[in-house]
Design a protein around this ligand. Structure first.
Ligand code: AMP
Length: 308
């Protein structure tokens, strides 16, 4: 029996077609819940709550189970799996969505079992904010709730999104989303503005430029790990959030020191994710490699005080 703390992860499970400077791959395993679950599995037991169609290969579910993921919340329904196609430009921080076919994901209504609703940790990946609210309503007193979103919901559902933010502890979003949501253009002021909506911790991801974290009125800056070669940036944000939530669950607290380590682990898992297509790099990752890269990043960013 897995005795690690459970982290419920609600979001998409997908078959993606990706064109990146590193090449092209069709119908590969993707989805926010997939990346978040694999990254989380190094620290806690992920319980993805999602829906897939009849075309979703059983080997993908077996891969997740092999990483200690509780796959009982993956519903298989008649129809096709959510399909997403994207192309990255030479600048990896920019991508173009070529096609989104919601398929069975269009009717996704997450319904938790009693056991799932008692989980202490919840990550709401990017889904319609009213579904995020319905999951929050089903939970019985979660201790740490993280949530993510996308520009579509910021444009079309701002009021519902604000209700979600008011009920979460950690808000994950990227810099363009933060500036879409806030009056302020400066990340520090935007983060302050966002934290007034409810979340204790605001994590603004800046792609290859790292992450800006605002917590308890303090700023924490995490640079991205400098990679030799990026293959496919898909899923970096979800892996970041999954790892961060997993580590917080493992430690059982959201103290500033724990949050800082969780952010760096998020950074590290995101860096491994983009070194392969889809989940290729995550599937073969070893805990020792995470620890080694964590040490390297600490070395690269540590400097002493100066007296002049
Ligand atoms: P990221 O690169 O972290 O933004 O995550 C990309 C993953 O999100 C891909 O594997 C997609 O399958 C999934 N995805 C893309 N668009 C959506 C959407 N509208 N809703 C839910 N998941 C999505």
């Amino acid at each position: 029996m897995n005795t690690k703390p459970r982290v419920l992860i609600v979001g998409s499970m997908a078959l993606d077609t990706i064109e990146a400077p590193g090449g092209k791959a069709s119908n590969i395993l993707g989805g926010a819940a997939t990346f978040a679950s694999l990254a989380c599995s190094f620290f806690a037991q992920p319980v993805p709550i999602c829906v897939v169609g009849e075309d979703f290969p059983q080997e993908h579910i077996d891969l997740l189970a092999g990483h200690g993921v509780d796959t009982s919340g993956i519903q298989r329904q008649e129809g096709k799996t959510f399909h997403w196609e994207a192309r990255y430009l030479d600048d990896f921080d920019e991508r173009e969505t070529l096609d989104t076919q919601c398929n069975v994901f269009a009717d996704f209504r997450p319904l938790l079992t009693q056991e799932q609703s008692e989980a202490h940790h919840l990550f709401l990946a990017n889904i319609h904010p009213s579904l995020q609210l319905s999951v929050l309503d089903q939970m019985r007193g979660p201790k740490i709730v993280g949530c993510d979103t996308m520009n579509l919901w910021i444009d079309t559902e701002p009021a519902t999104l604000r209700q979600v933010f008011s009920r979460c502890d950690i808000l994950f979003l990227n810099d363009s989303e933060a500036t879409l949501l806030c009056q302020a253009r400066e990340l520090r002021r935007a983060a302050e503005e966002l934290s007034r909506l409810g979340p204790r911790c605001v994590v603004i991801k800046k792609g290859s430029h790292g992450a800006f974290v605002y917590y308890q009125r303090q700023v924490f800056l995490a640079p991205a790990y400098p990679l030799q070669k990026v293959i496919d940036p898909t899923g970096a944000g979800d892996a970041f959030a999954g790892a961060m939530m997993g580590y917080l669950a493992r430690e059982g607290n959201i103290e500033p020191e724990t949050v800082r380590k969780a952010v760096i682990l998020g950074t590290i898992l995101a860096s491994f994710t983009v070194e392969g297509f889809g989940v290729d790099a995550l599937r073969s990752l070893k805990t020792e490699e995470i620890i080694a890269r964590y040490g390297e990043l600490a070395e690269m960013t540590t400097f002493g005080r100066v007296t002049l």
